[in-house]
Design a protein around this ligand. Structure first.
Ligand SMILES: Nc1ncnc2c1ncn2[C@@H]1O[C@H](COP(=O)(O)OP(=O)(O)OP(=O)(O)O)[C@@H](O)[C@H]1O
Length: 601
């Protein structure tokens, strides 16, 4: 049977086409499923008038890489090389022509000293380095050369090389390579001539369709629904975990994405109802919408409830008491009281043994079989106890994602203290942030490590980005009025650049500043989201403007007591870090008068 795999980016290329071409391409794609022959090896196939698809084919398997105008497709096919990593079996591709040019330049400029002179060929080959790359690698003279090669080499070639270039050991280099593994399963012996096996092990680069409906979904769904980076895939699609899992990582590393995919996986392959919890109702609504996009099958989607923990407590109490608890006015119970009450209801009676016998609504019954938690750093101890009690202790009970550096509450908790013995996995690569915004955010966050949920100390160490972008703009104004005028001009210019209004956010520390910004922007006819720094949590936008990042405003006035003072400082740094790291491409920060002390730290 013909098997067709699609590479990421193809759906974007397709959606950029005019309708007649798009229809031609779709017809050609459907033809692939019937076994339309592409040449064996790397070649091109007609997809529409003037458009060719670049395809790698081996027997019944075709991997469609890209759509290009006729005159570019042949050249693309001619200059790209493909191989299978002999250690972890994933597919590798590189532009051999561009690397040839680099090799030529290095040969001319290289002096006598060679960076990897101490590492012999056998050691490099034992790291999976491709034999064809050895001559180039032997010309490298410094770490900057290795950095310059990063965009040209497959990550599985570059990562071990970069470790060795920094003087790392072979085991460290193997570990770096291991981070690109897409599954926990130990690999069978790798057959480097098996394209199908390699593509199956590379879900970030190839997704298979064998039916028309699958194909149509792959080319129309957003990439985040279909393609997962190796660590994301490994964590979200693991067969099962026999212990609770905690995934930590800096801003934009894909934690929420992993939580969504894990919830979808558990709904499809798990053993009962799934709860996905996050910080606020607003974020829950956002996640719920994204799950609707991710999961096509309604019966599977229905197995997942999305909520915040407060609403979970209210639902449990309401379910058992038979009516909604009163939240305001006479007889009202606070959210803290309701959380305690819900916990009491879940743990009062029978306990775990009767879980399967009792129906929900009776004390002791666990309402969920799987719980997935996003924004874990801000869950309170009482809420953790409730979440722990909401699922039986069983494999795949709790899957938790969070970032202690983004903590904006004062809750500090070791999961162990609430009976959650989680195994921690760390993510290091931000897919959202350009390097310039990431390093600015990390510098603002400063203030040392955060208290982890499993580890005592959580460092930001090793957190990096995949791409470069614009440096954040910092503007100092003499008066608040001029600062607002500057904001209006900036947002106006962003809209003029063609950035959709929904992709722009403006935020400030206080509601007074938010109100002033809203009024100024509305008066200028700029209809963009304006919110507090807290209101940005968990979201992302193309461009973000933060105003009023001034002394006396950020951080908010500090208490006198040294311990509370340190806590507030950490929280406020976390808040500013969260706000800055919402920007996918551009960040603007302004203040009137003296800037926040965080800006100069
Ligand atoms: N597999 C992927 N495919 C496409 N885009 C991705 C992928 N992984 C990450 N991204 C990009 O990175 C962004 C960050 O993902 P996500 O919101 O899940 O990160 P996060 O770690 O939860 O961030 P934060 O902690 O800052 O809220 C996504 O919105 C998307 O733009």
């Amino acid at each position: 049977m013909a098997r067709l795999a699609i590479a990421p980016g193809f759906s974007r290329e397709l959606s950029a086409l005019a309708l007649p071409e798009r229809e031609q391409v779709m017809a050609a794609l459907h033809g692939f499923l019937l076994g339309v022959p592409a040449p064996e090896g790397v070649g091109t196939v007609r997809m529409a008038d003037g458009l060719m698809g670049v395809v790698v084919r081996q027997g019944e398997v075709s991997w469609l890489l890209t759509l290009l105008p006729d005159d570019e497709a042949e050249a693309y096919a001619g200059r790209h090389a493909f191989s299978v990593n002999p250690l972890i079996g994933v597919i590798e591709q590189w532009d051999a022509e561009a690397l040839g040019r680099v090799e030529h330049a290095l040969r001319r400029s290289a002096g006598e000293s060679r960076l990897l002179a101490q590492v012999d060929d056998a050691e490099l080959l034992s790291l999976g380095i491709d034999l064809a790359l050895l001559p180039l690698i032997r010309l490298i003279t410094n770490e900057a050369d290795v950095d310059a090669l990063e965009p040209l080499l497959p990550p599985t070639q570059h990562l071990p090389l970069a470790v060795m270039a920094r003087g790392g050991s072979l085991p460290e280099a193997w570990k770096a390579l291991d981070s690109r593994r897409t599954s926990w399963d130990s690999p069978a012996p790798i057959d480097t001539s098996d394209l199908l096996g390699a593509l199956v092990r590379s879900p970030d680069l190839a997704v298979f369709a064998s039916r028309v409906e699958e194909l149509d979904r792959i080319v129309t769904a957003p990439d985040w629904c279909v393609f997962l980076h190796p660590p994301q895939h490994r964590l979200a699609r693991a067969g099962h975990y026999d212990h609770p899992v905690l995934v930590t990582g800096g801003a934009g590393t894909g934690k929420t994405l992993i939580a969504l995919h894990r919830a979808a996986h558990l709904a499809e392959h798990g053993n009962g109802p799934v709860l996905l919890v996050t910080f606020t109702q607003g974020l829950a609504a956002d996640l719920s919408g994204r799950l609707d996009t991710l999961i096509e099958d309604e019966s599977i989607r229905k197995r997942i409830d999305v909520d915040n923990v407060d609403r979970l407590a209210i639902r449990i109490v309401a379910d058992v008491e038979g009516r909604q608890p009163v939240l305001v006015g006479p007889g009202a119970r606070s959210l803290a009281e309701l959380t305690e009450e819900a916990l009491r209801l879940l743990t009062r009676a029978a306990g775990d043994l009767l879980d399967d016998v009792l129906s929900f609504g009776e004390p002791g019954r666990k309402p969920y079989r799987h719980v997935v938690v996003d924004e874990a750093q801000d869950v309170s101890p009482a809420q953790w106890r409730l979440l722990r009690a909401a699922v039986p202790r069983a494999p795949d009970d709790l899957f938790v994602v969070g970032d202690p550096h983004q903590r904006i509450t004062d809750h500090r908790i070791a999961l162990e203290s609430v009976g959650i013995h989680a195994v921690q996995h760390e993510l290091a690569i931000s897919y959202r942030l350009p390097h310039e915004v990431l390093s600015f955010g990390v510098r603002l966050r400063g203030g040392g490590p955060a208290l982890g949920l499993v580890k005592n100390v959580q460092e930001l160490h090793g957190f990096r980005s995949t791409h470069h972008g614009e440096r954040p703009t910092i503007r100092a104004y003499d008066t608040p009025e001029n600062e607002l005028a500057g904001l209006v001009t900036t947002i106006g210019s962003w809209l003029d650049d063609g950035v959709p209004a929904a992709e722009i956010a403006v935020a400030a520390r206080t509601t007074r500043l938010v109100k002033a910004a809203k009024e100024a922007l509305t008066a200028a006819g700029h209809d963009v989201r304006v919110t507090t720094l807290h209101g940005l949590k968990g979201l992302e936008f193309e461009r973000v403007a933060l105003i009023g990042i001034a002394e006396g405003v950020v951080p908010e006035p500090l208490p006198n007591d040294p311990a509370s003072r340190a806590r507030v400082l950490q929280r406020e740094r976390g808040l500013l870090y969260v706000a800055c790291t919402r920007a996918r491409s551009m960040l603007y920060v302004s203040h009137a008068g003296r800037g926040s002390p965080f800006l100069s730290s």
